[in-house]
Design a binder for this molecule. Structure first.
Ligand SMILES: [Mg+2]
Length: 288
């Protein structure tokens, strides 16, 4: 509040210097709209048909690749975890949840309108509210996969205490829930299931041939996601042949390891420090 008043006073002084009327200046400060780093990304994900278009395209591609993968017994999306002798195993796919299957833009919108940043406390409250909605195309694709005899596993960094609410939220939309197999592999559900997902991929790959891996964050595909932008680019280049085949990406301009790479994934840094690092990472025209 004090900072706002100081800004307003500064604007009045500046307007006087420039010979503007104080009333015009007062009008502009009264209509000052709070800024938030996530406004455009959240608006795009929540309101744009363009986001629906990209999500539906990703799932349409996944449907094509699913048929290819079913027909080719050598096909696997997780060669590092799959081992050998997997050709005869029953088929499965691995899918991330947040911003891959579940649209949490209402949480992002709440953060944006209330000047907040992510916290475990508000995130848990949001998950327990069970108001996430489907990412466009996800319900149809996952039901289609299930209909083709493919087991759908969800590897999510929602923690184990959020599993019941997550299942209830998803049941409303008709997502495959696994029947008598636990297909919800949540973070820290077992001691070796950390936020890096390879141990959970290995858990699925032991009993199934994994056809596809679908996610919005590099960490959904590889544990080598927490490096610098250059490190991440190297890993991406090494896996280029998998992109759009075994690995399908959804767009998430709101958050992810791409966003924390400029500030070294150090969330203890203050918001200003994080923003300064992101600005410094931009490759900009010199304006000439
Ligand atoms: Mg995600």
């Amino acid at each position: 509040m004090i900072a706002t008043l100081k800004r307003a006073a500064g604007a009045v002084a500046m307007a006087t210097l420039l010979g503007l009327t104080v009333s015009a200046c007062t009008q502009s400060t009264q209509s000052m709209v709070p800024a938030h780093d996530n406004l455009n990304a959240t608006l795009w994900m929540q309101q744009s048909v363009e986001f629906q278009g990209t999500a539906r395209a990703a799932y349409a591609l996944a449907a094509l690749r699913l048929e290819q993968a079913l027909a080719d017994r050598t096909w696997t999306a997780v060669p590092e975890e799959q081992g050998s002798d997997y050709a005869a195993r029953p088929p499965a796919i691995i899918v991330d949840l947040d911003e891959t299957v579940l649209d949490n833009s209402r949480y992002q919108a709440w953060l944006t309108l209330n000047g907040q940043t992510f916290s475990q406390e508000s995130w848990a409250r949001f998950c327990h509210a069970r108001i996430s909605t489907p990412v466009a195309g996800s319900v149809e694709f996952l039901r289609q996969a299930e209909g083709r005899g493919v087991k759908v596993f969800y590897i999510s960094n929602r923690t184990a205490d959020l599993e019941e609410s997550t299942r209830a939220n998803m049941a409303r939309f008709g997502y495959p829930l696994g029947g008598n197999v636990d297909t919800f592999l949540m973070a820290r559900e077992r001691p070796d299931w950390g936020s890096a997902k390879s141990t959970r991929r290995a858990h699925v790959a032991r009993d199934y041939r994994v056809l596809l891996n679908i996610g919005d964050n590099f960490g959904d595909f590889t544990d080598a996601y927490r490096g610098s932008a250059a490190d991440r680019q190297k890993v991406m280049d090494a896996n280029a042949a998998r992109i759009g085949r075994q690995w399908i990406f959804l767009a998430n301009p709101s958050y992810g390891s791409w966003e924390s790479a400029p500030f070294g994934h150090d969330f203890k840094k203050q918001a200003d420090e994080q923003r300064a690092a992101k600005r410094a990472a931009l490759d900009a025209w010199d304006g000439k």
